[in-house]
Design a protein around this ligand. Structure first.
Ligand code: HAM
Length: 412
């Protein structure tokens, strides 16, 4: 997880996004007003409690509303558009199951202050690169436009009258609630609702000219960036604040009901709901726990980055001083180094080096101490060399995996 969050931070910063943090809990109203009373997040999944003054508070179920709230509070000091990223814990109440937990972590990006479709394609590009870097190969990117205040109301009417005629085929939950938010039926994973959604009128065929032009701009940006996508006219996303672009990455390695590893979209009306001036925005959030789960399912296990560069194993009391100097010199050169705190046989120390995931063992005995040398063993293949300290440092540094620039491939 640490390796993955570091990769996310490096990638976001490479694209000019600034790290943002928001409080772990906020007034319930913030989430209830923005995600929508009829959304699953508000309707079923909020972790809500009262504080000693009787105020209703909710553990953060998602990051977009808090980031926009924080942006509106400090807008005058921030660049426009503002580009922020977060790596935070979220909480959603509900029945825990494979791929769905009550506490989980998200990597999210938000671009606030521009309606330009290039912002949409940029956030999708960052998310897509991140999923490639962590090694989630078997995935689909689905995109849609769900219109705006101009084209959505007439479409909604059309959809409502279609659903009225199909009411009996809907799943119980939607049979009673579809008039509140008819578009949610399109997104339902229940077999019965899927059948109804199949023949429902498609928003993509009812977009106004502005929304159509915007959507074409987003798709053009994805094509320029070489990102493969699939248009999905049924994708509407589960939060009410979305306008125009909606997208989701799905992994075949996840259970169907939890197939989404991440998703996002545009939320041009959100700032106004929060009492701010009209301020467009777009972003995504990727569930990090779900990625680990998907990678484990895809590969059976997740490779982790070596925990330690070098373990210093000391043989005999007389070598203690020289071993300590070697450990200090390695650390001064930026090489993570550990040593046994207790006196142990060499074999036990090498076992420990292996357990902590060290890449090298520096063996220091009487002979090395007298000669001012170190015996360095590469633990992956047992290759061993006795040399001066500078040469040993150079060998370890030449084998370091962590790149100083760019992004490391593979999971961490
Ligand atoms: P979301 O689709 O609700 O969007 O969540 C994004 C991702 O968080 C999901 O695709 C999933 O990977 C992960 N996730 C959600 N619930 C759980 C859970 N109970 N257990 C494990 N993982 C979970 C949002 O949160 C929006 N704020 C995204 C966004 C940002 N839209 C615009 N900007």
């Amino acid at each position: 997880m640490r390796g993955m969050t570091e990769q996310a931070a490096r990638l976001a910063e490479l694209y000019g996004y600034r790290y943002v943090e928001t409080p772990a809990f906020e007034h319930t109203e913030l989430f209830a007003r923005t995600a929508g009373e009829s959304s699953d997040v508000v309707h079923k999944e909020m972790y809500t409690f009262e504080d000693k003054s009787g105020r209703s508070l909710t553990l953060r179920p998602e990051g977009t509303a808090p980031v926009v709230r924080a942006y509106l509070a400090s807008q005058s000091m921030l660049p426009s558009p503002f580009k922020g990223y977060y790596l935070e814990h979220m909480w959603r109440y509900g029945r825990p199951q494979a791929g769905r937990w009550r506490e989980f972590r998200q990597f999210g990006l938000e671009v606030i202050g521009t309606a330009d479709p290039r912002a949409d394609s940029e956030v999708i590009e960052v998310g897509d690169r991140f999923l490639s870097h962590v090694g989630l190969s078997d995935r689909d990117l689905l995109v849609n436009s769900i219109g705006d205040d101009v084209c959505r109301p007439p479409y909604r009417k059309l959809l409502l009258s279609y659903l009225d005629s199909e009411r009996e085929s809907l799943r119980d939950e939607h049979r009673d609630r579809y008039p509140e938010n008819p578009m949610r039926v399109l997104d339902c994973r229940d077999e019965a609702c899927r059948g109804v959604a199949e023949d429902a009128p498609k928003i993509s065929e009812h977009l106004c000219d502005e929304c159509r032009r915007h959507f074409d701009g987003v798709l053009g940006g994805l094509e320029e960036a070489g990102i493969a996508y699939r248009k999905d006219p049924r994708l509407v996303r589960g939060l009410d604040y979305y306008t125009r672009t909606a997208f989701e990455w799905e992994s075949a390695a996840l259970p169907a009901a939890q197939a989404s590893v991440g998703g996002g979209g545009r939320y041009d009306g959100l700032a106004e709901i929060l009492g701010g001036a009209p301020t467009p925005g777009v972003g995504f959030a990727i569930g990090l726990d779900r990625i680990l789960f998907a990678l484990e399912t895809e590969r059976g296990e997740v490779a982790s980055a070596p925990a330690l560069e070098c373990f210093v194993a000391t043989v005999g009391e007389s070598a203690d001083g020289w071993a300590r100097r070697i450990a200090a010199a390695l650390r001064d050169s930026g090489i993570s180094t550990d040593a046994s705190l207790e006196r142990r046989p060499l074999k036990a120390q090498l076992r420990m080096a292996d357990r902590v995931g060290a890449r090298f063992a520096a063996i220091v005995g009487e002979k090395e101490s007298a000669a001012g040398t170190v015996t360095l063993r590469r633990l992956s293949d047992g290759q061993q060399r006795e040399s001066g300290l500078d040469e040993a440092v150079a060998w370890i540094l030449s084998q370091q995996e962590t790149p100083s620039a760019g992004i490391q491939e593979g999971p961490g």
